[in-house]
Design a protein around this ligand. Structure first.
Ligand SMILES: Nc1nc2c(ncn2[C@@H]2O[C@H](COP(=O)(O)OP(=O)(O)OP(=O)(O)O)[C@@H](O)[C@H]2O)c(=O)[nH]1
Ligand SMILES: [Mg+2]
Length: 293
């Protein structure tokens, strides 16, 4: 049997469902998902292994015009996803007009590698709207093959995967066959905590937060974790902690529950909050948190 392997990189506007799709393919919650834009900040690999194939998916941040250094680094991850793809997945959602960034849009329409345009969230549309949108996208991106899907409900996801297998080249595997991702355990802890912050705090707060896990001790029955939630200003620290510490406590309880599922072990999670002035605009800090390409 011939072995196939390739890189399949998922790009698109914020909040269209890129992470939901990658998790659906991998069958694990590798990427965090929230209803807010800019949930994903990194390029995260999700690897799907079979006897005769290995599909290396990349989830990437939604495309935006960067306003500060962190966002510029996020867009560097997106750029890198154009460079090594065997198949490009361009995800759009029902009702969306076009990619706001002209340069990225041109890269897609001029792409020499196969583009699968996934029209997501069709569970929210009807037949007439769907047909109209498929026509519009086919005209806008003539080099793409279009698949209407629902990443959330799993509609057409298998068909897209089969098409990916058709398109990737013959190649040996790039990663060990039991590997699911390129990110270490601490990354998933940080992301899980950040997901709860995106869910429970308003406006600018989640965007000013970074999480760093400083301690990770695995014992026989329990994993002991200590993580710091970093904010940019003193006032944000107070908001994160909340009245009598209740807001922070909720984050801790919910993250711990998720992490117990993820690791299959009891978790002791200690959280504290620290001000790290303007970390989002500080190259050295960003590098420390893994935002260098
Ligand atoms: N109705 C519906 N909602 C969906 C579908 N796929 C994703 N969503 C929802 O859309 C929101 C964003 O999903 P994500 O997977 O985080 O989107 P993303 O493109 O990774 O977002 P960023 O990381 O911020 O760029 C979440 O609330 C999802 O539950 C779908 O097929 N149908
Ligand atoms: Mg995402």
């Amino acid at each position: 049997m011939k072995h196939k392997a390739g890189f399949v990189n998922i790009i698109g506007n914020p909040n269209v469902g890129k992470s939901t799709l990658m998790n659906a393919f991998v069958g694990e919650k590798l990427s965090i998902i929230t209803s807010k834009a800019q949930t994903t900040r990194h390029r995260i690999l999700g690897i799907v292994n079979g006897d005769d194939f290995q599909v290396v998916l990349s989830d990437t941040p939604g495309i935006i015009k960067p306003a500060y250094e962190l966002q510029a680094s996020m867009m560097d991850f997106v750029k890198s996803a154009f460079e090594d793809a065997d198949v490009l997945i361009y995800m759009v959602e029902i009702g969306e007009k076009e990619l706001k960034d002209e340069a990225f849009f041109k890269k897609i329409t001029n792409s020499k590698i196969p583009v699968l345009l996934l029209l997501n969230k069709i569970d929210k549309s009807d037949q007439a709207q769907l047909e109209e949108q498929v026509q519009t996208w086919q005209a806008n991106v003539p080099n793409a093959e279009i698949f209407p899907i629902s990443a959330l409900e799993g509609f057409n996801v298998k068909e897209v995967f089969n098409r990916i297998i058709d398109l990737i080249p013959e190649s040996p595997a790039f990663y060990p066959k039991d590997q699911l991702t390129d990110k270490p355990e601490r990354f998933f802890i940080n992301e899980n905590i950040r997901e709860k912050i995106l869910m429970h705090y308003k406006k600018e707060i989640p965007y000013a937060v970074e999480v760093d896990t400083e301690e990770f001790f695995e014992e026989e029955k329990i994993i002991r974790i200590r993580s710091v939630i970093m904010v940019e200003r003193e006032t944000q620290k107070g908001i994160i902690i909340g009245h009598k510490g209740t807001a922070l406590k909720r984050v801790g309880v919910e993250a711990r529950k998720d992490l117990e599922k993820f690791f299959g072990k009891q978790i002791h999670l200690e959280l504290y909050v620290k001000v790290n002035k303007n970390w989002r605009s500080n190259q050295r800090q960003l590098k420390r948190f893994g935002y260098n390409n």
